[in-house]
Design a protein around this ligand. Structure first.
Ligand SMILES: Nc1ncnc2c1ncn2[C@@H]1O[C@H](COP(=O)(O)OP(=O)(O)OP(=O)(O)O)[C@@H](O)[C@H]1O
Length: 562
């Protein structure tokens, strides 16, 4: 019996000891966080710390990202304007326009550091650079969460915590407040929800975010003083905005545009893409011969493409134990990644009947060569003019009003037709096909002179100088009228390998009189322009008798159905 009692006592003592040990152990774990004990939390912390010890090498795109303004190719004008807007004593808000992948984000990321170096800049050494992508920034119409502007977490919402339980609304700062004292960069700003855009405009105006909540009572002593302060004085949001967009300026709200300096980044030319590719290869540590660089430039539509092409090719090459990217490696990437050749127009060089290199501007300040083709068949009494490649209707915007208008290029063709008739060509006897490949941009009138010259060349079978580029609007009387974007067009002609450019006399500037590479010639009318049609100067305006005999065709594909 005594033994039994002793055994029971021992068992009881062991159980009690085990219970006490367990209680003490759980108490030594300390507080709990909801369902988590401190021990659980510590275990998770250790796990994350262990994970953080693992890190991969720096991604290639990080390695090739521009580190200084000098690394950004081809945007010197845009960067100069960006510096002027942000690096002085009175920085301004900026909108950066431009196609994708040409260095807008790269430049925006660098400008704050440069501004900080100016002792007169209001950006302090700790000024933040906050980056937001408008295509992914969450927008909640009920205003529960607004990571851009900030919001109030009202006590009714799930997870309002101890403050919520006490009926206290909690202001949550957004990116505009995190950017206080620095720069807020909004990529794709044109994609912001209109309500968010309006809120942003208000913040730009007030330089603070004023929040409201039905749960806020100014006299409530249960609300902590810092929350009273935020409701009464607002969250600070004095920053400078850089908004980047691939949209054209007229698609952005005028109220935003009027508050910002507008800066344009332009598409990159093939030689600039080649430079970016070369630099990327160098940074990655692979060799690249000029032929492979040219191959990249032929397929890359922008700087990002150039870098991506090099990255994939370099990766493949390195996996094979090589350190040199050959043109075949670039071709392989082009195949597998589905790149298409870029239409980087060069002038034809050889004289061609019916082919005139017009000049157009697309985007802000970007010119390009626009080949205009004409073919002609002599069809006595059955003449007609067919135009292909022209956009039938263009949408134009005047502030909030959108209008559709007939393509101005179509009008240019009709003007050219009248001019040729005035010059004695019996168009009733000619079937003429004019083709403007690639669609004509909104500045169609400036193709008028080129169209008239192409038609004339096709009908008279005169080969056009293959190094000639032409811009100018043509009036019904044949005079050549001023057009927009002549400097950009001249640059495009230069890049395309032209040697001579005809421009309207009204656009002439003395600075073009001694260009070492290009002969830039002002012309007043169609007759003057014709003197330069063939590379060898014609002594006078050509004689233009109406054709008397049958069947003159052009050098370009004659269309029997004309
Ligand atoms: N002009 C350039 N000079 C040098 N590198 C460039 C240039 N443009 C683009 N790149 C390369 O492409 C990458 C992407 O460019 P970035 O993000 O600046 O383009 P973006 O104009 O902001 O385009 P998106 O509108 O698509 O954001 C850069 O990190 C850089 O490696």
């Amino acid at each position: 019996m005594g033994t039994l009692l002793l055994a029971t006592e021992v068992v009881f003592l062991v159980l009690a000891g085990f219970y006490i040990w367990n209680v003490m152990k759980s108490q030594s774990g300390g507080r709990t966080f909801g369902p988590f004990s401190v021990r659980d939390s510590r275990r998770d912390l250790d796990e994350w710390a262990r994970k953080r010890e693992t890190s991969l090498t720096e991604p290639l795109n990080e390695r090739v990202r521009p580190q200084r303004f000098e690394d950004i190719v081809g945007q010197s004008e845009g960067i100069k304007a960006l510096r002027a807007a942000l690096c002085g004593p009175h920085p301004q808000h900026v909108i950066l326009y431009g196609p994708p992948g040409v260095g807008k984000t790269a430049a925006a990321r660098l400008v704050l550091e440069e501004a900080k170096e100016n002792p007169k800049s209001p950006f302090g050494p700790e000024a933040p650079f906050i980056e937001v992508d408008a295509t992914t920034v969450r927008f909640d119409e009920r205003g529960i969460a607004d990571p851009l502007i900030g919001s109030v977490h009202d006590p009714i919402y799930q997870g309002a915590g101890a403050m919520g339980a006490a009926g206290i609304p909690q202001p949550k700062p957004g990116a505009v407040t995190r950017a206080h004292g620095g720069i807020l960069f909004i990529d794709e700003i044109g994609e912001l929800h209109p309500i968010q855009m309006n809120k942003l405009l208000k913040v730009l105006e007030d330089r603070r975010v004023l929040l409201e909540s039905a749960y806020y009572r100014p006299g409530d002593s249960a609300i902590p003083p810092h929350i009273h302060d935020l409701f009464q004085n607002g969250l600070p949001a004095d920053f400078r905005l850089i908004g980047a967009t691939t949209r054209p300026a007229h698609e952005l709200p005028p109220a935003l545009r009027s508050r910002c300096v507008e800066i344009y980044f332009r598409p990159l030319y093939p030689d600039e893409l080649a430079q970016i590719a070369e630099r990327a290869a160098r940074r990655i540590g692979v060799e690249i011969p000029p032929e492979a660089v040219q191959a990249v430039a032929g397929y890359a539509g922008n700087g990002r493409d150039a870098v991506n092409l090099i990255q994939i090719a370099a990766g493949a090459v390195q996996n094979e134990g090589r350190d040199r990217v050959e043109p075949e490696d670039v071709e392989w990437v082009v195949q597998v990644a589905g790149y298409s050749p870029q239409p980087h127009h060069r002038v034809a060089g050889r004289p061609t009947v019916g082919l005139v290199h017009g000049l157009a501007v697309y985007g802000p300040n970007v010119g390009r060569v626009l080949p205009i083709e004409a073919s002609a068949l002599y069809r006595p009494g059955a003449g007609q003019i067919r135009v292909t490649g022209v956009i039938d209707e263009e949408e134009v915007s005047h502030g909030a009003r959108r209008m559709k208008r007939r393509s101005t290029a179509q009008g240019s063709v009709e003007n050219a037709e009248t001019v040729l008739r005035r010059f004695g060509i019996a168009l009733d006897d000619w079937s003429v096909h004019i083709n403007i490949p690639g669609g004509v941009p909104a500045d169609g009138p400036s193709a008028g002179l080129a169209i008239a010259m192409a038609m004339y060349s096709a009908i008279r079978e005169i080969p056009v100088d293959g190094f000639l580029a032409v811009t100018g609007e043509i009036s019904l009387s044949g005079s050549v009228k001023a057009v927009d974007g002549v400097p950009a067009k001249i640059e495009a002609a230069r890049k395309a390998g032209a040697r001579r450019v005809l421009i309207p006399d009204d656009n002439w500037s003395e600075r073009w009189s001694c260009d070492p590479e290009l002969e830039i010639i002002p012309v007043r009318d169609f007759g003057e322009a014709l003197v330069y049609l063939k590379g060898t100067l014609l002594p006078t305006v050509p004689d233009l008798p109406a054709p008397a005999v049958a069947a003159a065709g052009s050098g370009l594909e004659a269309d029997a159905s004309l």
